[in-house]
Design a protein around this ligand. Structure first.
Ligand code: FAD
Length: 538
């Protein structure tokens, strides 16, 4: 197959225009082409009046010699290349008489893909997940959102599917992926029921409800392959002898013996971070970000991004990605933008409030939301201890709980009032989507001054890119503190902890991923590393 990249056509082009674009580019007749497959479809909306669709297409020719000739003819054209082989190849296969089973801690995207890949290779992993299976977890989470009853072990952060289960299900990432692991993640998701389009649209997303049933199907596959998954079970201790892992202890007192443990606990497992630090596993503080969720009407964002093409089915609900470098040396950026979604209560500890965002596949809720956050780092903001970032997160989340009225309502303020430094006003046109509810207050008390100053400078700057972004009616809800892990659990090239052999820190919690796709990719890489170590291959 021949891959053509950067094929550009106007937004509302006719289907047959694709064939014409291909035959024109390759200088062939329509009869010489057997078929084509859309590998990617993105868009360029920088010029609202002339939005372009940008395709990557794989072309199958009727004559394989013609394909060879064309590749020679277009040798110097970077947009005409052989289609790469993106199929996944396992690094090995477990022996029939497997004596040791690897343990995976955490069943988020990282643990899920690690567990699935290990199971597919025959390693029969034992997966330990502190939260409940996804249906019960959904009830627990909705119980918090509707009745303010927080289950600290089963919530937005903890439970089957991990942190991304109640999310927008955005499936793109900026990680380099020369081995096409991302393709395996997407292919497994499609097998489990995700829409096929995630394989070709440039910014795929699946939304919350689809994720729930996909996770169940992937769990069933792991079990069918001999894996085991224990829900509502937490790993409370690691056994380390001579700097080597020998097993784990569960919260029910049971011990599992193993020399291979994947630690994929996500960014909110603060007790587990404390435990591994106490056990002497090498941990470093790492930068993360703090801020607020911002909400606008989705129609404001659609109009600003797509102009008269707002509402176009191919474009869907508009997103944005913004960054501003402030006078005080800080950077403010938008993060985890959820078009047509809701702001969610994402706490996992009592007496704390933290926000995040989610949406359904349709993305048709009235508001757009995203985190507007300021980068912070250990040197300046939480020096002296590897876990000091967790203390800072807790401080800010406790403060948000208090500002919200101590009943899990989140503190909020209209953009107009926040920019003017005017507390306690009324809501405008943008209605809050956060449940269980918000309390209008002075959000400048919710974050350190440098962060408030930076966000006050950034919002008007963002308005130059997205008209209406700084309008008075928009709403800020606090606080965002869990943009990424506050620690990094360092590992070697063999994916094992730098001072604890057999411990494979992975995914977002260890600092090796930021999002569903990259966590899944890391899960596959770590599963391969475990397999190689168990099979004694390089
Ligand atoms: P996690 O998903 O956090 O999974 C870790 C799992 O480990 C959890 O299930 C936890 O219960 C379990 N665990 C922790 N400690 C223990 C222990 N001691 N014993 C046993 N189990 C334990 N990313 C995107 O790419 N797109 C999005 O649209 C998106 N939206 C999001 C919306 C929300 C509301 C949230 C909270 C996150 C969102 N993210 C999104 C981020 C994404 O969910 C994470 O990056 C991703 O889930 C990280 O995967 P992970 O497997 O590394 O960790």
């Amino acid at each position: 197959m021949i891959r053509l990249t950067e094929i550009k056509l106007p937004l509302n082009h006719a289907p047959e225009d694709l064939t014409t674009a291909i035959t024109t580019k390759l200088k062939i007749s329509a009869e010489q082409m057997a078929s084509f497959v859309m590998f990617k479809r993105g868009y360029d909306a920088r010029n609202k009046r002339n939005i372009q669709l940008i395709y990557t297409l794989d072309i199958i020719l009727t004559d394989s010699d013609l394909a060879k000739d064309l590749l020679v003819q277009f040798e110097s054209d970077n947009h005409v290349k052989p289609t790469p082989d993106t199929s996944y190849k396992y690094v090995g296969e477990a022996p029939e008489n497997l004596t040791e089973r690897p343990v995976v801690i955490g069943f988020g995207p990282c643990g899920l893909l690690a567990g699935l890949t290990l199971a597919q290779m025959g390693f029969k992993p034992i997966i330990i997940e502190r939260g409940n299976e996804v249906r019960q977890r959904t009830k627990d989470t909705f119980g918090f959102w509707r009745q303010r009853k927080l289950n600290t072990e089963s919530n937005v952060q903890f439970g089957e599917g991990g942190a991304g289960t109640f999310s927008d299900g955005k499936l793109y990432s900026q990680v380099k992926d020369p081995n096409h692991y991302g393709r395996k993640v997407m292919t497994e998701f499609v097998k489990a029921g995700a829409p096929e389009e995630i394989l070709f649209v440039s910014k795929p997303h699946i939304g919350t409800y689809k994720l729930v049933s996909m996770v169940e199907k992937m769990r069933a596959q792991i079990i069918e392959l001999g894996g085991e998954i224990r829900f509502a079970t937490r790993v409370d201790d690691l056994h380390i002898t001579d700097s080597k892992i020998t097993g784990v202890t569960l919260n029910n007192g049971e011990t599992l013996k193993t020399n291979h443990v994947i630690l994929a606990v996500g960014h909110s497992a603060r007790d587990t971070f404390e435990m591994i630090h106490d056990k002497g596993v090498y941990v470093e503080a790492k930068p993360f970000s703090i801020g607020f969720r911002i909400e606008h009407k989705q129609s404001t964002i659609d109009k600003a991004r797509f102009g008269d093409n707002a509402g176009n089915e191919i474009l869907g609900a508009a997103d944005y990605k913004l960054v501003h470098h402030c006078k005080n040396g800080r950077s403010v950026y938008s993060f985890c933008m959820c078009p047509g979604g809701t702001v969610v209560a994402a706490a996992s500890e009592e007496g704390r409030v933290v926000t995040n965002g989610m949406s359904q596949y349709s993305r048709n809720e009235r508001n757009a939301n995203s985190a507007i956050v300021v980068g912070i780092d250990p040197e300046r903001d939480y020096p002296n201890h590897p876990l000091a970032g967790i203390d800072l997160q807790r401080q800010l989340e406790t403060l948000a709980f208090e500002l919200g009225g101590k009943d899990y309502s989140a503190p909020a303020q209209t953009i107009g009032d926040f920019l003017k430094g005017k507390p306690n006003s009324e809501l405008g046109d943008v209605k809050p989507s956060y449940t269980p509810g918000i309390t209008l207050t002075d959000l400048s008390k919710a974050l350190p001054d440098f962060a408030v100053d930076a966000i006050r400078e950034a919002i008007p700057a963002f308005n130059k890119k997205i008209q209406g972004f700084s309008s008075d009616d928009g709403l800020l809800t606090g606080v965002e503190t869990r943009t990424s892990s506050p620690i990094s659990i360092k590992r070697n090239k063999d994916f094992q902890s730098i001072n604890t052999k057999g411990l494979f820190p992975a995914g977002e919690g260890a600092g090796y991923a930021g999002g569903i796709l990259s966590a899944g990719i890391d899960g596959i890489k770590v599963a391969e590393a475990v397999a190689k170590s168990m099979l004694n291959i390089e």
